[in-house]
Design a protein around this ligand. Sequence first.
Ligand code: S3P
Length: 443
Amino acid sequence: MSHASEPRPMTARRRGALTGVANVPGDKSISHRALILGALSVGETHITGLLEGQDVLDTAKAMAAFGADVQRIGDGEWRVHGVGVGGFAEPADVIDCGNSGTSVRLIMGAMATTPITATFTGDASLSKRPMARITDPLSEFGAQIAAREGGRLPVTIGGATDPVPLRYKTPVASAQIKSAILLAGLNAPGETVVIESEPTRDHSERMLAGFGATIRTEQTEEGHVITLTGRPELRGQPVAVPRDPSSAAFPVAAALIVPGSEIRVPGVSRNPTRDGLYVTLKEMGADIGFENQREEGGEPVADLVVRHSPLSGVDVPADRAASMIDEFPILSVVAAFAQGKTVMNGVAELRVKESDRIDAMARGLEANGVTIEETRDSMTVHGMAKVPGGAEAATHLDHRIAMAFMVLGLASEAPVSVDDGSPIETSFPDFISLMQGLGADLG
Ligand code: S3P
């Protein structure tokens, strides 16, 4: 279901240095995939470190609606007994994916090659987001699609009775499109091939291989090519979810811009397809150490040690955008405190996230005294020695916009407010208490 319907205004103020340990939640992308692949497997999938944010809870509920046995057995500890590839049952009710694009897009893919019918809805934000990018390739597998004008939710999918495998070049670099096609390809005979121009997050590929699918990735002249062999028997697995680098980005950014800060963020995924923000921050001069580098649950992981740093603006190349697509709101806040300008290129996709993130950041930063220029697919933030703050930003049902402006207020001259912090529940339910634990004044 959707998050709390009452808007929750929040304010952040400057106080002393941030210090301590920030145990950020489990990775959102991996959490969704663990539940979905668990539901499509035979036997038990035991998940630890699952993100219990509303988006992932919506996926858990959907997997139960399609017939899997999904049990919460402790804090972040879940058990899924799946129905096997092609075994989804027809849900009795509409599948409400709340605010979660990953839920609706991956689950539409997962059911589209099974002969059942399901209808998907979401909240006001999700209902504005483009779904044709998913339903177009799913119809090529043989699924019947009915969508609202412009390919928006609600969408009803009649799964293909006789699915054919697909070879598909994605029109935009998107892990959600890639993953929806791969999940649909599981129940199609033969090889399903996805070709992407830039590599996007590869959690689906890693986890599919871990659950027993035959999947390979090659870089060819055509692009980044992923080939999946259909109709595998997926077997349930233990999944240890690493901590989310996209959630870690908020306390990391706060420590970089609040003078005197030093924090540690343990066990964060360092998957190279998610690492763009950290590469960029290092280029800006950030003092970030990566300690105890290790592998956990098939993902590279490290403990981050972050100290307040003088920063300089940089040019972020367009070919890095996919590896930090969710981090541009918080990077634009960090950039406001850097010397010189930071240019973010090739970021048109930000306009179709939980909100139009270019517009939301531009309006909120301007209101707080920061100069920012936007084009259709770029943002330029002019850094300043002292960021005035003092204004309220609109979050437009977008968790990352809410958290970005809370971080801005921790280092600006005057407090910063948001009209509604309730969407933070979707990805980082303990954000406020975690930041307060580091010494921040917000709530
Ligand atoms: C996600 C992929 C990204 C990202 C989203 C999570 C995923 O979307 O913005 O928060 O888990 O696959 P796109 O793949 O559409 O860029």
